[in-house]
Design a protein around this ligand. Structure first.
Ligand SMILES: [Fe+2]
Length: 252
């Protein structure tokens, strides 16, 4: 399995707070059958320049590198790039934060605030100017998506791939939306978005088992294949999908 969204690198964001925690998280990943971990610490343009972020990320990895490499996992560097209407770094500079060896960038949109036209334009401008493909992080977590799930198809129409957190398949509240997304062809990538060893610990094995229980192993494998292609630098397209509508609090 491939985990395309993690906060396992130590002391760089709100994820693992020490090298010890990082290594324990990686050990859990290996035990659960994860083969490749993409390190995607939060990138906030107001905190670091892309250049400085790359230095800090390198230092964080060096703290665990020797021990981590004994676990038999493959690692890739990346970032979860916070994207707002405000353009702080150039599109070109943001591309330096792409998933290592690829032209895919993991992008986080505002979680609670309204997605303005300026934000949509900024995203569209990034795609047109850079030629890189955004993977929208944890689409299951945005207030705007829960209010208006048609935004999922708007993102897909723009060519964005959609990443869902494994935890959302395991929580009653989130499950309604993500299961509908799965059936409608709107889940392209999975990630644990794991931050720690407690409330946001790696949970890939449980999510995989859930896909099996609901008879969706084939879709699970297809999502893994998508992510392998992404890491190979191959082209992954959005594919066929249908829009999701919300009516009386239910998703259709
Ligand atoms: Fe994250």
């Amino acid at each position: 399995m491939i985990d395309i969204h993690t906060h396992i690198l130590p002391c760089i964001d709100d994820g693992a707070g020490s090298a010890d925690v990082s290594l324990k998280m990686l050990k859990i990943q290996a035990e659960q059958g994860v083969k490749t971990v993409v390190f995607t610490p939060h990138y906030y343009g107001k905190k670091y320049s892309p250049e400085r972020f790359l230095e800090v990320r390198k230092t964080a990895f060096e703290k665990i590198q020797k021990d981590a490499e004994r676990l038999g996992l493959e690692f890739r560097m990346g970032a979860e790039i916070y994207f707002s209407a405000e353009k702080i770094a150039s599109n070109r500079a943001l591309c330096s934060l792409a998933i290592e060896g690829t032209k895919y960038v993991l992008i986080e949109l505002p979680l609670q605030s309204v997605w303005s036209n300026a934000l949509w334009n900024r995203l569209s401008d990034f795609i047109c100017e850079s030629g890189y493909t955004p993977i929208i992080a944890h689409v299951d977590r945005y207030a705007e998506i829960h209010k208006n799930p048609r935004y999922l198809s708007m993102l897909a129409d723009m060519g964005c791939l959609l990443q869902v957190n494994t935890a959302s398949f395991l929580q009653q509240k989130e499950r309604k939306l993500v299961l509908r997304m799965l059936k409608k062809g709107l889940v392209h990538c999975l990630g644990t978005d794991s931050h720690n060893l407690s409330n946001r610990a790696p949970d890939y094995a449980t999510a995989k088992a859930f896909f099996g229980e609901i008879g969706e192993t084939a879709r699970f494998e297809k999502i893994q294949e998508n992510m392998q292609w992404i890491l190979n630098g191959q082209i992954v397209t959005v594919g066929e999908y249908s829009p999701i509508k919300k009516f009386m609090g239910m998703y259709y």
